[in-house]
Design a protein around this ligand. Structure first.
Ligand code: HAM
Length: 429
């Protein structure tokens, strides 16, 4: 599992801050849940793919526990329990580390962060469309310009299978096959389990239909499936979602893949993933899961949401878009130049911090040239030199390392004058 190192933290933090800003902007209330859950929570409806990649262990009391592989089930647990009486719709957001026993490779880690958004209590297409709009907003804010939405709708497949009498569990297995690209096996299972022959043909027709710009492709498929009323209703739902999302998201970015399914088996309707230019794996994804809350023991509650793969996005930004990660650096470095000035430097440094200036203190005395070298190495913009002379006159020498000024401040002025340094900061920019 990965650690997050000092040079990675600022980029990670800025992605997290963007997610939190979006919580505010779109009305999501943030929640936190523990990283450890009961095994059963995920066994209910996450699907084989997730179950086979979970960290499962027993505690000393013999309880079967897991490190959470994702957050939708824990959030649904809240909605089924502690939040079951909250007025609907309820929008919940989270930033959480998740764990999957994957083979580490590019964009795939054993510990990674999800920034997620879930809406409970609305079946309206506007809820599904909002998910795409927020993701689009996020990508623009973090500087990713080249991306597209791969959209699908498992409600279409499920409608065909339900009409042919195929049970929910079997549907999940079949969609799992589809997700892993085992299309022929999926079709074969439908053929075997369906009570009417037409179902297999319809299923195949959907799975084999070529991907394309969403609205056109939906219309083509609707014409083809005109006899399958329930499947067409689901397509109509997808059409509404895409139409709404297109009010904000460029329509050319939305591509419908009729044969698309996702690895999690709780999905019942709209699904989507986001791909960046040159990223062969998804930067995030989500979809509608109308049965999950009631399966966990809560009231019948529709749900839709998505998770942004923050760790993968971070890797995409640094490796593909060449964003250079940089550690946080102090704005000012206070350097005593003599043993006798350490006490005064200690106090002066505190004045800078009182004024909100990130300030590091050298704990021993150095020569002026050594102090400059050390300040540059630390990435500080201002160097505050304190020699014997400064101690006597109760002043500090503030030097702009980019060469714009050098000033002498009285110690009681620091608090007021230090604020001006913040305006010239590169910290946080
Ligand atoms: P997911 O597609 O399994 O969906 O995960 C969402 C995103 O997390 C992926 O698109 C990817 O960017 C990132 N991700 C997944 N596994 C890894 C990994 N091993 N290393 C790094 N990044 C990874 C879910 O988990 C659903 N809970 C999403 C959702 C929310 N659906 C509805 N609401």
């Amino acid at each position: 599992m990965d650690d997050i190192l000092p040079e990675e933290i600022p980029l990670h933090r800025s992605l997290v801050e963007t997610v939190r800003l979006l919580f505010r902007l779109y009305g999501y209330r943030e929640v936190e849940t523990p990283p450890v859950e009961y095994y059963e929570l995920f066994a209910v409806k996450s699907g084989q793919e997730i179950l086979s990649h979970m960290y499962v262990f027993e505690d000393v009391h013999g309880r079967r526990l897991v490190l959470r592989p994702e957050m939708t089930a824990p959030i649904a647990r809240l909605v089924a329990g502690k939040l079951s009486r909250s007025p609907r719709p309820i929008r919940l957001g989270y930033v959480a580390d998740c764990y999957r026993l994957d083979e580490p490779q590019w964009g795939r880690r054993r510990r990674f962060y999800h920034g997620g958004f879930e809406i409970f209590g609305s079946k309206e297409p506007a809820a599904d469309a909002e998910c795409m709009v927020i993701f689009d907003d996020f990508l623009r804010r973090v500087g990713i310009r080249d991306y597209y939405f791969k959209v699908g709708h498992v409600g279409v497949h499920r409608a065909i299978m339900s009409a042919a009498g195929i049970e929910d569990d079997d549907q999940d297995t079949i969609l799992g096959l589809l997700d892993r690209g085992r299309v022929e096996e999926a079709e074969e299972s439908v053929r075997k389990l369906a009570k009417d022959r037409e179902a297999a043909t319809l299923f195949k027709e959907v799975a084999a239909h070529p991907a394309g710009p969403a609205i056109e492709t939906i219309d083509e498929l609707m014409a083809k499936l005109s006899k399958a009323e329930r499947a067409c209703k689901e397509l109509e739902n997808l059409r509404k979602i895409v139409k709404l999302a297109s009010q904000v998201v460029e329509p050319a970015r939305i591509i419908y893949y009729p044969g698309f399914a996702r690895g999690l088996s709780y999905y019942t309707g709209f699904i989507f993933e986001v791909f960046g230019q040159g990223a062969e794996i998804a930067l995030g994804g989500g979809g509608r899961y109308d049965g999950l809350v009631s399966l966990i023991g809560g009231p019948e509650t529709p749900g839709v949401g998505f998770a942004i793969g923050l760790t993968r996005i971070m890797q995409y930004l640094t490796d593909r878009l060449m964003v250079k990660p940089q550690p946080d650096s102090p704005l000012a470095l206070v350097a005593p130049l003599a043993e006798e000035s350490i006490e005064f430097a200690f106090r002066a440094a505190h004045e800078f911090r009182r004024a909100g200036v990130p300030t590091e203190l050298e704990m021993a005395a150095y020569s002026p040239s050594e102090a400059i070298r050390r300040a540059e190495r630390r990435g500080a913009r201002f160097l505050v030199l304190i020699g014997r002379r400064e101690v006597e006159s109760k002043t500090v020498s503030v030097r702009d390392l980019e060469g714009r000024f050098q000033e002498e401040w009285r110690v009681e002025e620091i608090y007021e004058r230090a604020e001006s340094l913040l305006g010239r900061t590169r910290v946080g920019s």
